[in-house]
Design a binder for this molecule. Structure first.
Ligand code: PRP
Length: 216
């Protein structure tokens, strides 16, 4: 039996994914040992291999078949636009992609004037403004702490992930419009889907059974 390889997005999602996997008998305890610099972990008995990658790289590994399966947020899947199958909503990592800014900027969304929008997600932001709001925007790509974009005068608004809302609240910003609900998803390489159909279908069915129905 060949190894089935999983790429997990680093951070909160990876730990939740390991918790979920353990409920269906898939374990990789070695991966939870936080201090290690090791990159690939194997469960030899189950012929499973896991690695952690930066989230935006997970769809890349899966598209090229370097990983059969990926665990990553819907935001990253949409932003990366890779040729992969999204097979399961894992029910954790729930948050929203939103247009945010100071409450006083709400007006900018009601006229069709050109505005500047800072975001880590240029594709999602462009799609929303051009195809849903028919508003011309100048997108400025940032790589983190996107809230700063509006606070220091770089942009009029931001498009960013809102989970608890506390980052916005602590910086005097608010949600102005909601773009999309988000959560962690399981993605599969199209060729692996055929070659490993039995194992992947069983895994998907097992996971479906343990995913909390109210979160799914
Ligand atoms: C994300 C997101 C917001 C924050 C939202 O940033 O970009 O800044 O979390 O969470 P909240 O609504 O619970 O406050 P992340 O922590 O991933 O880091 P980043 O700012 O460097 O992207």
């Amino acid at each position: 039996m060949r190894y089935l390889t999983f790429a997990l997005g680093k951070g909160r999602l990876a730990n939740s994914a390991l918790d979920l996997f353990s409920k269906v008998g898939i374990t990789c305890d070695e991966m939870r040992e936080g201090n290690s610099r090791k990159l690939i972990f194997e469960n030899e008995d189950q012929k499973l291999r896991f690695f952690l990658a930066k989230s935006p790289d997970v769809p890349t590994y899966v598209e090229y078949g370097a990983a059969d399966i990926g665990i990553v947020g819907r935001d990253t899947i949409l932003e990366e636009g890779r040729n992969i199958y999204e097979v399961l909503d894992l029910g954790f990592g729930s948050c929203r992609m939103c247009v945010c800014g100071p409450a006083s900027a709400a007006d900018l969304l009601t006229h069709h004037e050109q505005i500047r929008v800072a975001t880590k997600y240029p594709r999602i932001a462009k799609d929303y403004f051009y195809n849903e709001k028919y508003q011309t925007v100048e997108i400025i790509k940032l790589n983190g702490s996107v809230e700063l974009g509006t606070m220091v005068g770089l942009a009029d608004l931001i498009v960013d992930i809102v989970e608890t809302g506390s980052t916005l609240a602590q910086n005097g910003l608010t949600v102005l419009e909601e773009i999309l609900p988000l959560s962690a998803r399981m993605v599969v390489n199209p060729v692996s889907m055929k070659l490993e159909q039995d194992r992947i279908s069983k895994l998907t069915a097992d996971l479906r059974r343990v995913i909390s129905p109210k979160e799914e």
